[in-house]
Design a protein around this ligand. Structure first.
Ligand code: MRU
Length: 346
């Protein structure tokens, strides 16, 4: 089983995703700053994984207090929460998890500091376990949408590594494969950071699920040739109308899938919905360093001084999405009313 995060001996072990597939190494975090750094430098990445890591970051922050003053404890915890929330801007799970931890703190703040820390630890573990549970449910529901011999295209990494475990889009693929469906996965390499080639291919290989690795610009050709039956990928933030932010390149795939009449599924837990945003235009899109584009694995591939544009995500309008697979149900042809009613039901 792939475990991207391990909470052990009051420390957070983070599987260093920058080193996969070359080696499997854990980074030991004992402060909230260390967790924040791991989120910033992509040692841990993927929306739900970032959220769960940040929740443990809050626990570590609470353990660092070193004073008996409740006022100091509260100010310091909120300061650390603010700092964690600045680590990355697009994946809403980060803010969702930190806010949930702060809400827990508000509910137990009259207890002794030791008990508050214990309460926060329990909440972080709950966030972690709930995410794995949600992914398994997403996998179970989503597997119904995959037919016996489907060729499934996925983008970026929405697997165990991107979550607390099991994965969203890869959870659907895992479940379909476990049901005995003879699927084949086409994995977009996902430039610039290569989450597909490095992480998704590694996860699929670990599980023995057949896959073919392609570069991002090959998807259209494969669709035109009738090779791809279905697209399944994850999300970093979903607005109330179903507009979805996901790894750069997702929108291009959605347009291609729509043109070729191929089902296009987004798999994501409720923690990825942003209840405060009416549509995707309001989702902040992270821009990352120019080196991610001018370099591949630290080797420069472009002339020095090349001008670079590097948005890390794009927004897919809801009308290009066949369905959003959540742990609470599948939202077909998502729009404001359908998203609202499923959120209200739960
Ligand atoms: O920049 P990353 O690697 O954090 O981006 C991750 C993605 O875009 C994933 O597809 C998304 O978070 C879904 S993860 C279940």
């Amino acid at each position: 089983m792939i475990r991207p995060l391990i909470w052990e001996d009051k420390q957070l072990k983070i599987l260093d995703q920058r080193r996969i597939p070359w080696s499997v190494e854990y980074l030991l975090c004992s402060t909230s700053k260390e967790v924040e750094e791991c989120i910033k430098n992509l040692s841990v990445r993927g929306a739900p994984a970032i959220g769960a890591a940040a929740a443990f970051g809050i626990v570590l922050g609470a353990m660092e207090h070193g004073s008996d003053s409740k006022d100091y404890f509260s100010i310091s915890l909120k300061d650390k929460a603010g700092s964690l929330m600045e680590a990355r801007p697009t994946a809403v799970n980060l803010f969702w998890a930190v806010k949930r931890m702060l809400k827990k703190f508000e509910n137990i703040k009259d207890n002794k500091i030791k008990e508050i820390v214990k309460g926060l630890e329990e909440e972080a573990l709950l966030i972690y376990k709930e995410d794995i549970h949600a992914n398994k449910k997403i996998g179970e529901l989503g597997a119904f949408l995959i037919s016996k011999e489907d060729k499934v295209l996925t983008h970026c990494n929405a697997g165990a590594l991107a979550t607390a475990g099991y994965g969203t889009a890869l959870g659907v693929i895992r479940s379909a494969y476990k049901q005995g469906k003879k699927i084949e996965v086409f994995v977009d390499e996902t430039r610039p950071v290569l989450q597909g080639a490095r992480l998704t291919a590694w996860e699929l290989k670990e599980e023995g699920i057949p896959f073919t690795l392609i570069t991002d610009n090959m998807a259209g050709y494969l669709m035109q040739k009738g090779v791809i039956d279905v697209v399944v990928l994850g999300a970093d933030r979903i607005a109330l109308n179903g507009d979805t932010a996901n790894k750069i390149g997702t929108y291009s795939l959605a347009v291609l899938a729509n043109y070729h009449k191929i089902p296009f599924y987004v798999a994501a837990p409720f923690s990825t919905f942003d209840l405060s945003l009416t549509d995707g235009e309001l989702i902040p899109v992270e821009e990352r360093s120019w080196e991610e584009v001018t370099h591949i694995l630290e080797k420069r591939i472009a002339p020095e001084g090349s001008k670079v544009f590097n948005p890390s995500f794009d927004i897919t309008p809801h009308n290009l999405i066949t369905a959003i697979i959540t742990e609470k149900g599948i939202i077909e042809n998502p729009d404001h009313n359908k998203v609202q009613s499923l959120l209200k039901e739960s």
